[in-house]
Design a protein around this ligand. Structure first.
Ligand SMILES: Nc1ncnc2c1ncn2[C@@H]1O[C@H](COP(=O)(O)OP(=O)(O)OP(=O)(O)O)[C@@H](O)[C@H]1O
Ligand SMILES: [Mg+2]
Length: 479
């Protein structure tokens, strides 16, 4: 790796000496050029004596094809920004603060040269900062909250170019704020590390473009130079999936206990209900249809029947029946479901469309149960959508996990954020005639199949439920 250095002072000299004295196992850095306006600077002089390329103008670096990394050692952010703007795309530039980190890595590697663990540590830090192989977001921030370096992972997530972030305040880039983060929801780990000179950790909740909550675990490590903290390295990782998994497990436990309770109650209620229904029917038979009591008796039978349906749904929900699985074509189940709900949709002037993958692997599942979940989701979507709207079924295989993903999306009213956590709870309903069991049953069935169900919704725009299911490997079929 060929390195060019801007700033030929003592730090440059240190780096020249350091590289000269050590055999590197992880990287083989080679300083090939040094720039400084002061031709008497100690590092500059050494470089010149060694026959390296020296110049008073760092712009000379940009024409060279042999530079892999430019290290800015003057500490001047304007110079660093200028380098970022002018350098070739494949050339990496690191700033003064990151360079300090670089010394730290070197120091670890030097002190503990023979210790494998330490070398491994140095390698990891190196990869984090330079090669950027990790999934976490990494920023180097100075004591004024200005970003002095940032890794590609984070830039990709932010959708920003490096030049647009360097020199900007971290709170401005990540939180769109004018002042550093504060308060219980957003304590600033950087402030804490600057005050205590110690590492600090916190969790932040961010909202994505659709208003969904993203959980970030943020750690800050102070960077010290001659005992003074000159900045921090901040590493944040998205822990939304872990939090969701945790919530899912709690939901499962809740459902299981409610399931057992409901099964008991439903069973007890079923018998008296049947008695009420048959008695009122018998009484009706003995009553003249013109008698006002006849109408009252009819109401009793109708309402008792409605209760019976609720009890039946409850028993369906509580019945922890194991799925009876067969190898099936999922697209076919979708087409069968559409056939069943088409009438309802047409009645409400709602269009049902599909976007089905034509090389979906065969799935191993209980057709009746899965069809029940799709009908629940489709009916919910139809209920939520105004005439003229759209309900869409899509299928695809996730190339990474091999699982199949089924989306049921609608252009309906959406679900308010405060309800998103409740919709899978039994008896949660916003519909006058709803029992609130549809999604609870759906959730249970998908879990029984080893899958998961997630929801994304924008009030006023629509909702998308995504089912993710494992498949029986090895077979492919058409739509
Ligand atoms: N596609 C959707 N769009 C908007 N809101 C939805 C959608 N799907 C579900 N919901 C909300 O979630 C609630 C719970 O749905 P669930 O299917 O469990 O019960 P329900 O539809 O109210 O009654 P039922 O037991 O008859 O299905 C609904 O009342 C509604 O508020
Ligand atoms: Mg429903």
């Amino acid at each position: 790796m060929n390195v060019a250095i801007v700033g030929g002072g003592s730090k440059c000299l240190y780096l020249l000496n350091f590289i000269e004295q050590h055999i590197f196992q992880i990287i083989s850095p080679k300083i090939i050029a040094v720039a400084d306006t002061n031709t008497d600077a100690v590092g500059f002089v050494k470089a010149r004596n060694q026959g390296l390329f020296v110049t008073q103008d760092y712009n000379d670096f940009f024409d060279r094809n042999d530079v892999d990394l430019i290290i800015e050692l003057t500490g001047d952010l304007d110079i660093y920004n200028d380098i970022l703007r002018k350098k070739k795309k494949n050339v990496r530039a690191i700033a003064h603060t990151t360079a300090i980190l670089f010394w730290e890595i070197s120091r670890i590697a030097r002190k503990e040269q023979d210790t494998r663990l330490k070398l491994h540590e140095a390698k990891t830090i190196y990869e984090v900062m330079i090669n950027e192989l990790i999934e976490e977001d990494v920023m180097v921030i100075d004591t004024d909250y200005c970003i002095t370096d940032i890794n590609d992972t984070m830039l990709n997530k932010l959708g920003l170019k490096r030049e647009k972030t360097i020199g900007h305040f971290c709170y401005e880039i990540t939180h769109h704020r004018n002042t550093p983060c504060s308060g219980n929801n957003h304590p600033c780990p950087l402030t804490q590390s600057l005050e205590t000179h110690k590492p600090s950790k916190t969790t932040h909740i961010h909202l994505d473009k659709s208003g969904n909550e993203l959980y970030y675990s943020i750690s800050c490590y102070p960077i010290k130079e001659k005992g003074e903290v000159t900045g921090v390295i901040e590493i944040s990782s998205d822990i939304t999936k872990d939090i969701k998994r945790q919530k899912n497990m709690m939901q499962q436990e809740k459902l299981m206990s409610i399931g057992r309770l409901s099964a008991g109650i439903a069973h007890e209620i079923n018998n008296p209900l049947t008695t009420i229904m048959t008695s009122s029917m018998l009484l009706q038979e003995d009553t003249d249809p013109d008698d006002p009591i006849y109408g009252e008796l009819e109401t009793i039978s109708k309402e008792a029947l409605r209760c019976r349906n609720i009890v039946k749904s409850l028993l369906d929900f509580a019945r922890q029946s194991k799925p009876v699985r067969k190898s099936l074509n999922f697209n076919q189940i979708i087409m069968d479901t559409i056939f069943l709900v088409q009438k309802q949709a047409g009645f409400n002037d709602i269009k049902i469309s599909t976007n089905l993958s034509d090389n979906l692997p065969m799935t191993y599942l209980d057709k009746d149960q899965i069809q029940q979940t799709l009908i629940n989701l489709a009916l919910n979507a139809i209920e939520a959508t105004d005439p003229g709207g759209n309900v869409k079924f899509s299928t695809e295989t996730n190339p990474e996990t091999g699982m199949i993903h089924i989306d049921i999306s609608d252009t309906g009213c959406g679900i308010p954020k405060e309800n998103l956590d409740k919709i899978f709870d039994p008896f949660f309903t916003t519909r006058e005639t709803g029992t609130g069991l549809g999604l609870a049953i759906t959730h249970g069935i998908i879990e029984q199949h080893g899958g998961t169900i997630e929801v994304e919704s924008t009030p006023g725009k629509g909702t998308c439920f995504t089912i993710m299911l494992p498949v029986k490997q090895g077979e492919k079929h058409g739509a």
